[in-house]
Structures are given as C-alpha cells and as structure tokens.
Design a protein around this ligand. Structure first.
Ligand SMILES: Cc1cc2nc3c(=O)[nH]c(=O)nc-3n(C[C@H](O)[C@H](O)[C@H](O)COP(=O)(O)O)c2cc1C
Length: 301
C-alpha cells in the first residue's frame, strides 16, 4: 500500500462505508469528467507477458474491476488510468430498485472484508435458486437466444455471455453450472460472488448479506480450481474473491483463472492496486520462467 494511502485510509474509514464509497467515487467521477473534456483515453499498465486476447478483445493486463463498484458506469475512463486491464460495469436492470434500508454496508477492518446488504446476489430473494441446473439452463438459453437475435439484427457477432457463481455451491452444484455453461455456449465463468458463510471471522457480525474480501479468498480459489477441472480448462474463468496483492492474483491464475477481478482489495490497498498487482505478476511469471500469463493458467489445478 502506498504511504499516502496508509495516511488517508484511517480518515476514510471514519466515515460509514457507503459514505466513504460516495466520497471516493465523487473524486473519480471528477477525474472522469476531466478525461472526457480533454478527449483522453488512458491505456492500462501493460507488459508483453500480461497481454492476452480473449473473446476477440485485447486485454493489456488480466486485472479487472469487479462488478458492483461502478454500478452505473460513471467512471469508465478512470479504471484504465488506475491500471485496470478491464472493468465490469453495471448491473443493468429493467426495473431499478432503491435497495435495502441503510446502513447496508459494513466494513470489517480486521478481517479485511466488506459486507453489502444491497444488490449482490445473496441479498436478492430467490436469486440463488436460479443456480439450479434447470433454472439456470432456461435463463441462459433465453439470454443466448436474444443475444443471437440482436447480433443478427446488427450483422455482428453475439456478445460473450459469462455466468457468475456463488462460492457457497456444493461440488454437485458447481458441476451443474459448468454443464449449463457448456451446453448453452457460455463464453466463460466468473468465480466467485460474495459468500453467505461467516467462517473464521475475527469480527462478531450478525448482519446478513454477502461477505467479500480476505475471508473469501481460499474458497473462491477452490471454486476456480473445481470449475477448471470440471470444464477441462475449455472455458475461460474470471477469478475473483479476496485479491489484495500479486501473489493472490497469481494463485487464482494458477488454479485456473484466465483473468482476475477485485473489489474489496481496492478499499483496503488503495486506488493503484491494479497497477501494483500487474507489476508483481510480471515478476512472478519471470520467476517461474513463464513467457505469458496464459502459460500459468491452471498449472496448479
Ligand atoms: C459492496 C459490494 C457490491 C457488489 N455488487 C455486486 C453486483 O452488483 N453484481 C455482482 O455480480 N457482484 C457484486 N459484488 C461482488 C463482487 O463483484 C465480487 O464478486 C466479490 O466482492 C468478491 O471480490 P472481492 O473479495 O475482491 O471483493 C459486490 C461486492 C461488494 C462488496
């Protein structure tokens, strides 16, 4: 963590998490406006060993911003400036909802984790039921039909559709998701979302909702490994859950992730975390005599 962020973080952490997020975000949106006014497009930090092409998209590095941080796509040009190789923006929803009553975000400083009780999937009643083979199959089939129809209209290729899984699924549940993804030609899997379990926490927390960050790290890596094996490495996996440094990102890549994402790590380590991780990954690849990040994918699966 850079020293300026170690100085700023205690101040930021005095605010309740939602307010701190709003404050930090206001600054990022300000930078976005300046970039847009100047017509500037920043390039993410890159190195030949980190460059990959997937789904006909060039990735300058494999570190992405996870879903939920920039829900309304308000700072799209800022993420590459901070070093991110890609960013998951949105969620897009037909019927917007105000969310759960506040406070609904809880920072567990000693556990290096964040709970959200807003829209991440554990908090939407019934949403996780969609992960059963039958329900998920129907949903992905409809999405892919629509995807094909839209592509046909626009005389373009269909968009890559990725399925994001919960870390709390059983081995059979994960196998079912992998089967659906393959049967319905999903472009990849995202593993994982937040967890509803509260194992090994230092804090005594009663709040329901999804837990992210460090306590999720090992489980999400296990899920990545399971999915990589279940699909015999044929489907790209975006690994997410508890990434705070290059070693954590590398562990997920070696377990089977082609790309990685983070959310909570940025809150604890500061806005340039992606750049730090990218630099660290280059060194780890060199240490292991690997020419490109793709050569590391699944080595420990
Ligand atoms: C406050 C908050 C909001 C989130 N919102 C979403 C969301 O809207 N959609 C989604 O797929 N995941 C959402 N997530 C889950 C993250 O994208 C990510 O999968 C999870 O936090 C694990 O990564 P992390 O440990 O790096 O935070 C959210 C997470 C947090 C902490």
């Amino acid at each position: 963590m850079p020293s300026w962020y170690s100085a700023l973080r205690p101040l930021l952490f005095r605010f309740d998490p939602e307010r701190a997020h709003r404050l930090a975000f206001a600054l990022l949106v300000g930078i976005e406006h300046v970039l847009q006014r100047r017509g500037q497009t920043a390039r993410p930090w890159t190195h030949p060993s980190l460059q990959q092409r997937l789904w006909e998209i060039d990735f300058a590095n494999p570190i992405g911003l996870a879903a939920g941080f920039d829900k309304d796509a308000r700072a799209p040009h800022v993420w590459p400036l901070l070093g991110f190789g890609f960013a998951e923006l949105g969620t897009i929803t037909a019927l917007a909802q105000p969310g759960n009553p506040q406070p609904r975000m809880f920072r567990l400083a000693r556990d290096r984790a964040v709970i959200t009780v807003n829209v991440s999937s554990p908090n939407t009643p019934g949403l996780r039921d969609l992960q059963t083979e039958e329900q998920l199959g129907k949903l992905v089939a409809v999405l892919q039909e629509e995807n094909l129809a839209l592509a046909h209209q626009a005389d373009a290729q269909p968009r890559p559709v990725l399925i994001k899984v919960a870390p709390d699924l059983s081995a059979e549940g994960l196998d079912a998701v992998a089967r659906v993804a393959q049967r319905h030609a999903a472009a990849g899997l995202v593993a994982t979302n937040t967890t509803i379990t509260r194992d090994d926490l230092l804090a005594l927390i009663q709040e329901p909702g999804g837990l992210s960050g460090a306590p999720l790290r090992a489980r999400s890596t296990e899920v990545i490994r399971h999915l990589y094996r279940a699909t015999a490495g044929t489907l790209p996996i975006i690994g997410v859950g508890g990434i705070f440094d290059a070693a954590h990102a590398y562990e997920k890549i070696r377990a089977g992730a082609t790309l990685v994402q983070l959310y909570t790590g940025m809150i604890f380590e500061g806005p340039f975390i992606a750049r730090h991780i990218a630099r660290g990954l280059v060194q780890l690849l060199q240490r292991d005599n690997l020419r490109n990040v793709r050569d590391a994918v699944g080595r420990d699966a």
